[in-house]
Design a protein around this ligand. Structure first.
Ligand code: ATP
Ligand code: MG
Length: 461
């Protein structure tokens, strides 16, 4: 099933649910992100339904249901099987009680009022309802669609003017749930919208509160910002709102850190990093995105004005250590951490590629997901002088070198060493590495040659 068919089926499923609930006398609308996306002419990821029917009614009216967020009045209605399987979120109109922890409402209360329901949503463009029955064939017909929108929050005007504005008093809304600040930035970046002045001021005033939100949730928001295709704008907004200095102070410190003009005509480390972020495409891998963000994180603390020029001696090693701390802080998985750090660690090696010994180059190519290293290096070049010679050299060699040349079958293993009378132990690793180096260099190609080399070099072991 292709993506377009999938969203048509999702829409049909949501419409059937609306019909069923309406036929029973309840109010039911499409709500939130899907209405916003339809009005913008974008394809919604999913279609959510908001209704006056309580969860027990929803559970009763539909055959296959899951009370996933029963606590928040959310029921999943399922249909189809296998590839055709899909679920629709049906949420009962509710108003949230007090938030004493800055994360979750202490209690929620169901309500019959759609207006009350939208008041608890985050930003006005996310607070729109669509009367789907009044817009039967609304897809693609903007005017008709607009007439069927129920707007209690001024979201339509904001959507047309390109504004992200908190619903109600911004400070109160961000005090309730601090994550909304990051969501607001993310939506502004994604749609190329402006933050409304009061909303921005509230973020500036409350940015420090973001620490009450779990690191995982902050990480997920940042990752979405980095991988939705508008990372530069997102990070500029994070900076302007003061959120950057709270969640990633190491990146905020890049501002004003000068670089040597002959290598970096673009300007300081922050400008350079933004120029990499600008190149991150929608849907790029999270490790490439974080690698791009962090590749020069070691520069601010290693900045030095040497007699000849500005230098950042050791910025790679320092960057790997700082990157490791950031991955830990944000609870990256082991695999995500390994790859993010590998990207930082290897980002300066491309300049040496032409001079690398064959064995070194082949080992370089063995880096996991080497294509991400290539992509990062290209972005790094494009974000400064724009010279791609090293990138072209490495890419050409990497694409044309057969796998069996990069990773040939070992000529010997520990077994042959033992058979030749060597005592198993720590020295084996060094011996086998020496043999493999010679093999990768093309100096030896058979088991006999390998054993001769071993006897020559490691006679006493
Ligand atoms: P996306 O396209 O990123 O999924 P979305 O608008 O659908 O955007 P969701 O996170 O799926 O966002 O949430 C669905 C809706 O729930 C939002 O449109 C908004 O109305 C409401 N919502 C989500 N999170 C919050 C929050 N933290 N505070 C208030 N309302 C929220
Ligand atoms: Mg959504």
């Amino acid at each position: 099933m292709n993506a377009a068919m999938k969203t048509t089926r999702q829409l049909d499923a949501a419409l059937r649910i609306v019909h069923t609930l309406r036929a029973e006398g309840y109010e039911a609308y499409l709500a939130g992100g899907c209405v916003r996306d339809l009005l913008l002419g974008r394809e919604p990821k999913d279609y959510d339904v908001a209704t006056s029917a309580t969860p027990d009614v929803v559970l009763d009216k539909f055959e296959r249901t899951f009370a996933v967020g029963a606590h928040f009045g959310v029921v999943l209605v399922a249909e189809g099987d296998g590839d055709e399987y899909l679920t629709t979120e049906v949420a009962t109109f509710r108003s949230d009680g007090a938030y004493s922890d800055g994360r979750h409402p202490d209690a929620v209360r169901y309500t019959l009022s759609a207006e009350e329901d939208v008041q608890r949503r985050d930003v006005t463009i996310n607070g729109l309802l669509l009367d789907a029955l009044r817009a039967a064939d609304f897809l693609g017909d903007g005017g008709k669609l607009r007439a069927a929108v129920i707007d209690h929050v001024g979201g339509l005007v904001d959507l047309e003017a390109g504004i992200v504005r908190a619903i109600g008093r911004a400070e109160l809304r961000f005090e309730e749930d601090h994550l909304r600040m990051l969501r607001g930035v993310r939506f502004a970046a994604r749609f190329g919208f402006e933050l409304e002045a009061g909303t921005r001021r509230a973020m500036q005033a409350l940015a420090g509160r973001i620490h009450a939100v779990s690191r995982e949730r902050v990480r997920d928001e940042l990752t979405r910002m980095l991988t939705e295709g508008h990372a530069r704008r997102a990070f500029e907004l994070l900076d302007e709102t003061g959120l950057l200095a709270e969640v990633l102070p190491e990146i905020a410190k890049m501002k004003g850190v000068e670089q040597p003009g002959q290598f970096h005509p673009e300007g300081d480390v922050w400008t350079h990093t933004l120029m990499l972020l600008e190149q991150l495409e929608a849907g790029c891998s999270m490790t490439l995105a974080w690698g791009a963000l962090l590749h020069d994180v070691g520069k601010p603390p290693t900045f030095r004005r040497a007699p000849d020029r500005i230098r950042f001696d050791g910025h790679v090693e320092v960057g790997v250590a700082m990157g490791g701390e950031i991955c830990r802080r944000f609870r990256f998985s082991n695999d995500e951490t390994r790859q993010t750090l590998a990207l930082i660690e290897n980002h300066m090696r491309f300049a040496d590629a032409e001079r690398m010994k064959a064995s070194t180059l082949k080992r370089f190519f063995r880096l996991e997901r080497f294509e991400e290293h290539l992509a990062l290096h290209k972005m790094d070049c494009m974000a400064s002088a724009g010279k791609l010679d090293h990138w072209e050299f490495v890419r050409e060699r990497w694409q044309t070198m057969p796998e069996e040349t990069v990773r040939p079958r070992p000529l010997i293993t520990g077994r042959e060493l033992i058979a030749a009378g060597y005592a198993p132990g720590a020295a084996f690793k060094e011996i086998l590495r020496t043999v493999e180096d010679a093999q990768l260099e093309g100096a030896i190609a058979t088991e006999e040659e390998a054993m001769r080399l071993v006897r020559e070099r490691f006679a006493g072991k």
